[in-house]
Write a protein that binds this ligand. Structure first.
Ligand code: ZN
Length: 487
């Protein structure tokens, strides 16, 4: 925490690398892991005389994000050149948007643990392209890989609406959820496909003027966003408390030492000498196109979460986990859509299996949810078997494991392995009689009032049925038999 007499003011700039197949202004592949400097051409290298041609998907993807964040979509926007020198930027400028960005005046809602919400304004979202990569750790010299030059990005600029590191990380998490739901970015922060820079300042509580801000970079996880901002807020307050002033600069978060280190003095927009790119025509977006994109948008994750609670009567906690990522939510609804027995109990089982056993296997990195060995159809069939009493919940675990290995249908597994639950009262009574006879001492102690022995006897009876006894029936019959002895 920080000195409560101060209030932090935080705005975030988030860069998302788009999942287009080709680059923003040429047909080079955006494929990762290609040989260094193999995905390049004269256009993305910025050779003289070449002309860039805009990738339509770049525009389509940013419109998706703009609509999902309640932005207005400009019918006409233009590209600008942002001039600066970097060894990994052969053109000497980055193609970006400055005046007239395509998306502006949006907002998203973040939600706190206590379910209260806050609206964070989005100033603008614009298109730009990535630079290459300088590699310092492979050789005595610096190596340059320009494969990433020209890979399409969008930059999402928030209003300075956040008042704590927690708000900033919730906002970042929401952005990540949105870009992955929309299928426009893989959301991988560790690999830098989703990057976040923060503008931070502090001011005395009650003050309306903004303090001098710094920019913090290199926070490649939600945890680092919170840690870095907390550190920077305290650093600034400390300076002011000692009568010193905050210097406007760009800082780098160092996760190993948990401190920020100065990177360079912060540049102003005029340092970049922005000017409209003379090689690129304005981007015109017609109303029809916006309507088309709007109709193809997936359901908003928060709306979907609330619908899961209303429609399937699952707890909010479940719905939150189920809708955190779109593929999992789709899987869950693949299951519920196939259930023959449709009630609160079967929906809850679908939720438990999806966020329990399915997610456990996915999180262990063994398989992707999109190619999960137990298909939603098979899981639904298995849940129907549990509810109609064919198999017990315990046996279902065994069936699930088998389905994981063989991709078989649950009914086939149950038949092949003879796992059908024993609900034949006569057969179960016979087994229970044997169990009671073999555990005379435990029966005695139960009858003398040590009722906790009941659990042991149930366990012994279930074991004697090789786990196939209907647990509810075994419980009932056992209790009846013991009551008879009491009488
Ligand atoms: Zn190229």
């Amino acid at each position: 925490m920080w000195n409560p007499n101060y209030e932090p003011v935080i705005g975030l700039e988030v860069h998302a690398q788009l999942l287009t197949h080709s680059k923003a202004f040429c047909s080079c592949s955006t494929d990762f892991g290609a040989e260094p400097n193999s995905n390049v051409c004269p256009v993305c290298l910025g050779m003289p005389g070449v002309l860039p041609v805009l990738n339509k998907n770049h525009v389509e993807f940013i419109i998706r994000m703009g609509l999902a964040t309640n932005c207005s979509i400009a019918p006409r926007s233009i590209f600008a050149r942002k001039n600066y020198f970097y060894p990994d930027l052969p053109k000497g400028y980055q193609i970006s948007q400055y005046e007239e960005p395509i998306c502006s005046n949006g907002s998203i809602e973040i939600e706190f643990e206590d379910a209260t919400t806050k609206t964070i304004g989005i100033t603008r979202i614009h298109m730009e392209v990535d630079a290459g990569k300088s590699i310092h750790d492979q050789d005595a010299d610096t190596l340059v890989d320009v494969n990433r030059c020209g890979v399409p990005l969008i930059e999402i600029v928030s209003e300075p609406d956040m008042r704590s590191p927690r708000e900033a990380s919730l906002y970042m998490a929401k952005i990540r959820q949105l870009v992955t739901y929309l299928g426009i970015c893989d959301g991988n922060m560790e690999e830098g496909n989703l990057r976040c820079d923060a503008n931070v300042s502090v001011r005395k509580k009650g003050e309306t003027r903004l303090g001098t801000k710094t920019e913090v970079k290199n926070m490649n996880s939600f945890r680092f966003v919170e840690k870095a901002l907390e550190y920077e807020i305290n650093r600034q307050i400390d300076l002011l408390e000692h009568g010193e002033r905050v210097v406007q600069e760009t800082l780098l978060w160092d996760p190993d030492r948990s401190i920020v280190i100065p990177m360079r003095s912060k540049e102003e927009a005029h340092d970049y000498r922005y000017f409209p790119d003379p090689d690129l025509v304005p981007v015109l977006v017609h109303e029809e196109w916006i309507k088309d994109v709007m109709s193809s948008l997936p359901e908003d994750p928060t709306v979907r979460r609330n619908r899961f609670v209303a429609e399937y009567k699952v707890p909010k906690y479940d719905a939150e986990i189920l809708t955190a990522e779109k593929p999992l939510a789709d899987y869950f609804e693949g299951v519920t859509g196939q259930l023959k027995i449709r009630n609160e109990e079967s929906f809850k089982l679908a939720s438990n299996w999806t966020m329990g056993d399915v997610l456990r296997v996915v999180n262990a990195g063994k398989t992707a949810i999109s190619d999960f060995p137990v298909s939603p159809v098979h899981l639904a069939e298995m849940i129907d078997l549990i509810i109609d009493g064919t198999i017990s919940g315990k046996i279902a675990k065994e069936v699930f494991e088998e389905m994981l290995n063989t991709r078989e249908a649950p009914r086939a597994v149950v038949e092949r392995k003879g796992l059908v639950q024993v609900s034949d009262t006569g057969a179960l009574e016979k087994i229970i009689d044997e169990v009671l006879a073999a555990n005379g001492a435990q029966v005695e102690s139960y009858l003398s009032g040590k009722t906790q022995v009941f659990g042991f006897l149930v366990g012994a009876a279930m074991k004697a049925t090789k786990g196939k006894g209907n647990p509810k029936l075994v419980n009932e019959l056992l209790r009846k038999k013991l009551e008879q002895r009491e009488g």
